[in-house]
Structure formats: C-alpha cells, structure tokens
Design a protein around this ligand. Structure first.
Ligand code: GAR
Length: 201
C-alpha cells in the first residue's frame, strides 16, 4: 500500500499556519539536490503566515489557500489545496504547525502519504496546547511525535518520537522551546524513514 521508496526524489508539500520553524528545518534538511526528496510547495490557510515568506525566500512555491468561515469552509479549502497537491504531483504531505482539522475524506485520499508533527509524546496530550497540558499534568518527561495522519485528531501510527525532560520552574514558553528544538530534528528524520520505506502506517 505504501508507495515508498519511490526510486526518485519525492515531491514534498508542507502545510503550515504560522511561524514555520519546522518548515525551515525541512527546507534545510532537504536541499534541492537531495536524492530522497525536496520541498516543492508550501500551502498556508493564513495569508500572513511567516511560513509563506520563508518558502518564497527559499525559492519554493508558496500558496495562500483561504479557509472560509462557516459551513463549507473546510470543503472549499480542501478542494483548492487538493487540486494544488495533485497538479504539483505531490508524493508526501507534511503538516507542520497546520492548526486545522482535515476531513476524514481528505485524509483518506492521502492515507500513508500524510504526516503530522505534534508537541507531545502521543497518545498523551493530543489537541491544542499540548505543552500546557503536560505542565498541568505534572509529568516529568514529554517530547514530540511524528505520525501518519488518520481520521482522528493526533491518533495515526507513530513514525518516531523524541523525548525531553520537564524541568522545575518550566513555563509553557521554556518547555515549548525545548520541545521545538527536538521537533526540528525529529521531522526530517521521520520523513527520511518514510521516504526510504522504513516506516509504514
Ligand atoms: C510546533 O510546535 C508544532 O508541533 C505545533 O505547532 C508548532 C508549529 O511551529 N503543532 C501542533 O500543535 C499541531 N497540533 P512552527 O510553525 O514553528 O513549525
């Protein structure tokens, strides 16, 4: 069922809503000459997302696709984004700080070819504010998870995790920064594993 390994450089698309530091890590890890893959498309649901600027600075196609408010907004986004992904012949979709929930139908079309990164050791602390949830739960260790996306929220098969300690005096900010540094290592490594056919859903 998995198309990987492809035997040619994979065409990667990144979906991001904000700052785009994971996008930057992926751009650094997959330069245009990498035989395994390259980022060829960045899509954001927010026009002002730094991620779009970072894509442009790297010479990568950047597309703002609105997510209209109200009923039908998601379907409209998925129609336009889905068409872009098909037209650009994308092999693997990477959600990197994409703060929307995609429909089961959309995710189903990309089954085995769509990954997400989440700032906790899933299945612990899914959903929003995972770092705050970890602090409130009083755990001594947390981390980040890269996983295949399925119809649930942060529930798909795990590709890899990296752990960090929760330290006395940690705030949401200090803990998030410690996790983020590990995300920037985890995401490129997870993508490599998937592209080599070493990790399958
Ligand atoms: C990252 O911490 C990512 O794990 C998180 O948003 C941040 C995006 O940062 N994603 C989620 O919480 C998804 N549920 P970035 O824009 O700098 O990559």
């Amino acid at each position: 069922m998995s198309p990987f390994p492809l035997g040619r450089p994979a065409r990667l698309a990144v979906l991001a809503s904000g700052r785009g530091s994971n996008l930057e890590a992926l751009l650094r890890a997959f330069p245009p000459e990498d035989p395994l893959g390259r980022v060829v498309l960045v899509i954001s649901d927010r026009r002002e997302a730094l991620a779009l600027q970072k894509a442009v600075q790297s010479g990568v196609e950047a597309e703002y696709v609105p997510w209209p408010k109200g009923e039908g907004g998601r379907a409209r986004f998925e129609e336009v984004a889905g068409q872009l992904l098909c037209e650009r012949r994308i092999d693997l979709v990477l959600l990197a700080g994409f703060m929307r929930i995609l429909s089961p139908q959309f995710v189903g079309q990309w089954a085995g070819r769509i990954l997400n990164i989440h700032p906790s050791l899933l299945p612990a602390f899914p959903g929003l504010h995972a770092q705050r949830q970890a602090l409130q739960a009083g755990v001594r260790e947390t981390g980040c998870t890269v996983h295949f996306v399925d119809a649930g929220v942060d529930t798909g098969p795990i590709v890899l995790q990296r752990r960090v300690p929760v330290l006395p005096g940690d705030t949401e900010e200090t803990l998030s920064a410690r996790i983020l540094a590990q995300e920037h290592l985890a995401y490129p490594e997870a993508v490599r594993r998937v592209l080599r056919g070493e990790a399958r859903p």
